[in-house]
Design a protein around this ligand. Structure first.
Ligand code: HSE
Length: 412
């Protein structure tokens, strides 16, 4: 059996080397007599690379080779990955991808094609890098009614926040370090503005709740605005700031899905998830809370998940694994302004007595927070739970202060 890789970047090259390094064991686990990497599709050339002789730039060679039964897509982005993947599935080839953007935007359609053609479309590496999460949700937790899932799904932002919390580094310095270490996406905006985490929670929500969640329906905030002052106030509150992606089934048949920085308490299972590690909490009716933890990014952890899917495809050539969800109707994702939560608010004022009086009259008896060496006129507090819509109305009424930061407080 032949395998092809489309996209010879960090993950694609990890897949090629893992297929060779553990070749004997992979062939055995695949229940095949042989498995060989035949093509690597990439526009670039790789002089001196051990797989240079396999690199091609013409996709039709893969498509037209009937011996290629499994295609690995590690190109990233939606186009041309979508066109190539759908062509491969339509041609009766199984596809394995690590591409979360592709699965989050086109997953429902690609799964349907795979179903029609009786081949597999697997994407374990698209969420949580090397952490097993897609298969555990769809198989091991299949008996549960899962009503909530939340986690730290982006390693780069978790690394940045960890550096801010533990080393007092500014956001800019920590981002520079993350880029230097090779963690950040090609465009760091995908990480720091929350889009990468958004795509991942969309995939998990679709898998858990059975309907596609489109990334553009999800309220997404990144970590650019988080300052060391916010980190200090979180500490005085008894917690840390993490970028949390969450999805929850609502009683009205809709889902609440969001990505935003959040205060979480020090005793939360997610609070001690540091550096590039990811953690995903799944709340099922029979299992209760279960947390999956591990390296959410990186060449070999991600390649590990891709190659496991390749093995699964090879083992299930004649027995398609059922993975799937329906498309969703407009309005399936509830308006985030109706979410009810507590908030941390930081601001500055020239008239502390008047600002505090106004805050108390609007929000009641709030929990005031302090930090060492706070500049004159700075204040911060935590509210009781209220809707985002109500919060916006109340904040607009605070004339005595400038609001500098608003961060949600979660109970994960
Ligand atoms: N840039 C991503 C992250 C890579 O930092 O988590 C894995 O999807």
């Amino acid at each position: 059996m032949y395998v092809a890789i489309m996209g010879y970047g960090v993950v694609g090259s990890g897949v090629a080397s893992l297929l060779e390094k553990n070749h004997e064991h992979i062939v055995k686990k695949s229940m095949q007599s042989e498995m060989e990497l035949k093509y690597i599709l990439d526009r670039r050339t790789f002089p001196g690379d051990p797989y240079e002789h396999l690199v091609i730039s013409d996709f039709s060679k893969i498509l037209e080779d009937d011996g290629v039964k499994i295609v690995v897509e590690t190109m990233g982005g939606v186009h041309p990955a979508y066109e190539y993947v759908s062509a491969c599935l339509n041609a009766g080839k199984s596809v394995v991808t690590s591409n979360k953007e592709l699965v989050a935007t086109k997953g429902c359609e690609l799964l349907r094609i795979a179903d029609e053609k009786n081949v597999n479309f697997l994407f374990e590496a698209s969420v949580g890098g090397g952490i097993p999460i897609i298969r555990p949700i769809s198989q091991c937790l299949a008996a549960n009614d899962i009503d909530e899932i939340a986690g730290i799904l982006n390693g780069t932002t978790n690394f940045i926040l960890t550096k801010m919390i533990s080393d007092g580094m500014t956001f800019e310095d920590a981002l520079f370090l993350a880029q230097k270490n090779g963690y950040a996406e090609r465009d760091p905006s995908a990480d720091v503005d929350g889009f990468d985490a958004c795509r991942k929670i969309c995939i998990l929500a679709a898998l858990c709740f059975g309907k596609h969640v489109y990334p553009d329906c999800v309220h997404t905030e990144g970590i650019r605005k988080i300052t060391l002052a916010d980190v200090e106030y979180a500490r005085s509150w008894g917690g840390v700031i993490k970028l949390i992606a969450s999805a929850k089934k609502l009683d009205n048949g809709k889902v609440s899905v969001m990505v935003s920085p959040a205060f979480i308490q020090n005793h939360s299972q997610l609070a001690t998830v540091d550096d590039v590690f990811n953690a995903i909490l799944v709340r099922g009716d029979a299992i209760g809370d279960v947390v999956f933890y591990g390296k959410g990014a990186g060449k070999m952890p991600t390649a590990s998940a891709v190659v496991a899917d390749v093995i699964d495809c090879a083992k299930h050539m004649e027995r398609k694994k059922f993975f799937g969800w329906q498309d969703s109707e407009p309005g399936y994702v509830a308006d985030y302004l109706d979410n009810i939560t507590s908030f941390y608010i930081r601001g500055t004022t020239q008239n502390a007595a008047a600002a505090i009086a106004r805050i108390n009259s609007l929000f009641g008896d709030v929990q005031m927070l302090t930090r060492a060496n706070a500049p004159e006129g700075e204040f911060a507090f935590a509210t009781d739970p209220l809707s985002e819509r109500e919060l916006d109305k109340k904040l607009a009424l605070i004339e005595e202060a400038e609001i500098a930061s608003v961060i949600r407080i979660t109970d994960y």
